[in-house]
Ligand binder design. Structure first.
Ligand SMILES: Cc1cc2nc3c(=O)[nH]c(=O)nc-3n(C[C@H](O)[C@H](O)[C@H](O)COP(=O)(O)OP(=O)(O)OC[C@H]3O[C@@H](n4cnc5c(N)ncnc54)[C@H](O)[C@@H]3O)c2cc1C
Length: 557
């Protein structure tokens, strides 16, 4: 039955954290460790500890043997081979240097971090943690006095005179509308994955949209197009499968795009799939027995003691081998746009607001020319979230002592409430499911999002433009549906940002691949694309990458 009366409540706290995945939880613990007096509230739309991505997937953490590889060695490798000079090298240096500290912290917070390490890329190893990682950190946070509100979503941010004043949100079970007053806000709401790949489905971009609407600047929005090879029936991801791709006639096609070992899948693997299939040489198969990394099962199941993971992957692998009788693969869109711009202290462009983890990995510019996570840097997703959380948490713990609560504009709160609940009171219109499906139809095709051209991007953007008016026609049956409406709105916004950004970047660099501009253009495109909401208009600009201040530079420098 539709709700007619909205109960409204006000909640005050020193620091509000939106999102209770590994990033939000780690930030909360860090704040309490550094300032036990600070009141910290985590607001999570699912249930903190069970929600988020860290407990859905591989749980593999990147490990650097810093006695053999210096942080600078890795930064040089990364800048040359992965980030292609578009990365903030200071951030990457700091991330690698903090590797041992982060693993120690996780252990201190009750996460079992195994000691046996498996080599991955040229300079990295990995260690696997179990699926209870976030539950362990939630337990520590609760013990330190962090408060939790589960099943409550943050729909918008409250900003007064350019400074954060709190947030607005609602409980998705009973529909109570909340005005949160807080001195500081840490956004930890994850990336945009458009509800396409099921294991990534919590990345719905509503935190990105809230930050954008509040006026926060975005950076690298065009890098939201990660794709992976998937088996066709089970939709099981095939990590490292790009190393053993064959066409329907038994020809090895990996050799067409990969001439030396690389750390992870590249967009050229996706383009190769597209070109082969377009030329009638599909379907494409993996010969997994040619490379021990490609089947992945041995590593996921038995390399580390992970009882919860073991059960999960046994079911997953069994299902895959039952429904997929061969190794036919297709590239599947994953997304991972993470564009909220932050500086090296994880501060957004809104005073008093930080953004961490998957929400701002791309916006931090640390990974360079690649969608992140994992940013062709396997095992960096969880650790980047912990890294950003420790930095933001330490800063917030100090800053809160010198920050006073900004006045809240009650008219703004009223408008945000009306906007949030509008779909529930609409009798006619489009459902969230219908709108999301139409966005997916535009964003998913490889030729729109990964192997791009000006013509195809313009056509994709036109389709998204046609969907924009439908946002104000979204209708919801209940509160869960209302949340889906807000997520659908965020998907339209993120897709627009991605296509507009991609149209601007007239070159190919790293993961970013334009058929019509196949070369990397260091003369014109050592730049970050930034964008911002200015009175309802999405305004784009560029920022020079300060490449001459970084240790590693492209050949012409
Ligand atoms: C299948 C899979 C496999 C992976 N494998 C690995 C791996 O092996 N190693 C690795 O390092 N990384 C891996 N990753 C990536 C890694 O899990 C993420 O990078 C990391 O967990 C991000 O943490 P986060 O806290 O920033 O975001 P998330 O984990 O996405 O957490 C965001 C939280 O915010 C909540 N939220 C969202 N919007 C709102 C809102 N409006 N209001 C309130 N709450 C909100 C969400 O419900 C969620 O709980 C994998 C991810 C997936 C999906």
């Amino acid at each position: 039955m539709k709700q007619t009366k909205i109960v409204q409540k006000k909640i005050e706290t020193d620091i509000l954290i939106a999102g209770g995945g590994i990033g939000g939880l780690s930030a909360a613990v860090t704040i309490k460790e550094n300032n036990p007096e600070a009141e910290v509230l985590i607001v999570e739309k699912q249930t903190a500890g069970y929600a988020g991505k860290a407990n859905k997937g591989g749980g593999v953490l990147q490990y650097f043997d810093l006695e053999k590889t210096t942080p600078m060695d890795f930064v040089a490798y990364h800048a040359n081979m992965v980030g292609c000079y578009l990365g903030n090298q200071n951030m990457m240096l700091k991330y690698v240097a903090m590797n041992n500290e982060m693993l120690d912290k996780l252990e201190e917070w009750g996460v079992k971090v195994p000691k046996n390490r498996i080599p991955t890329g040229p300079m990295t190893y990995m260690v696997g943690v179990d699926l209870d990682i976030t539950l362990q950190v939630r337990k520590v946070a609760a013990k330190l006095g962090v408060k939790f509100m589960d099943k409550t979503t943050i729909s918008d941010l409250l900003v007064t005179n350019g400074k954060i004043a709190g947030a607005a949100g609602y409980n998705i079970l009973d529909g109570t509308f909340y005005e949160f007053n807080s001195k500081l806000v840490i956004m930890a709401t994850g990336s945009q994955n458009y509800r396409v790949a099921s294991m990534w489905s919590n990345g719905r971009g509503d935190g990105i949209a809230a930050a954008y609407r509040a006026g926060a600047q975005m950076r690298n929005p065009e890098f939201g197009n990660f794709s992976q090879l998937f088996r066709v029936n089970s939709n099981r991801e095939c990590v490292f499968g790009e190393n053993v791709m064959y066409d329907a006639y038994g020809e090895n096609i990996t050799k067409n795009f990969r001439r030396f070992p690389e750390a992870d899948i590249s967009s050229s693997a996706v383009a190769e799939w597209y070109n082969q299939v377009s030329a009638g040489r599909g379907p494409i198969y993996l010969h997994i027995d040619e490379n021990p990394m490609t089947s992945n099962e041995e590593m996921m199941l038995h390399a580390w003691e992970r009882p919860y993971g073991l059960r999960f992957w046994e079911i997953d692998f069994e299902k895959a081998s039952t429904v997929d009788k061969d190794w036919e693969v297709v590239p599947g869109f994953v997304g991972e746009q993470s564009p909220v711009k932050v500086d090296e202290e994880m501060r957004t462009t809104i005073d008093g607001m930080y953004a961490i983890g998957d929400l701002s990995y791309g916006g931090s510019a640390a990974p360079g020319a690649v969608p992140a996570p994992p940013g062709r840097n396997r095992g960096s997703g969880i650790l980047n979230a912990v890294f950003a959380a420790i930095i933001a948490g330490r800063n917030a713990a100090l800053a809160v002592k010198q920050t006073s609560q900004q006045p809240v504009d009650t008219a703004q709160v009223k408008t945000l409430k009306e906007n949030a609940f509008a779909p529930l009171f609409r009798e006619k219109g489009i459902t969230a499911k219908e709108l999301i499906s139409q966005v997916q139809d535009v964003i998913c095709p490889v030729e729109n999002s990964v192997y791009m051209s000006g013509h195809r991007l313009e056509s994709a953007l036109r389709k998204i433009e046609q969907l924009k008016p439908l946002v104000s026609e979204l209708k919801a049956e209940d509160l869960h549906d209302m949340l889906s409406c807000h997520e659908a709105e965020a998907m339209v916004l993120c897709a627009e940002m991605q296509f507009r950004g991609a149209l601007m970047r007239k070159e190919s660099r790293g993961w970013f691949l334009r058929e019509d501009y196949p070369q990397m253009d260091n003369d014109n495109w050592l730049k970050w694309i930034v964008c911002k909401n200015e009175n309802g208009t999405m305004v784009f600009d560029t920022e020079e990458v300060p490449i001459d201040t970084y240790p590693i530079q492209p050949p012409r420098f």
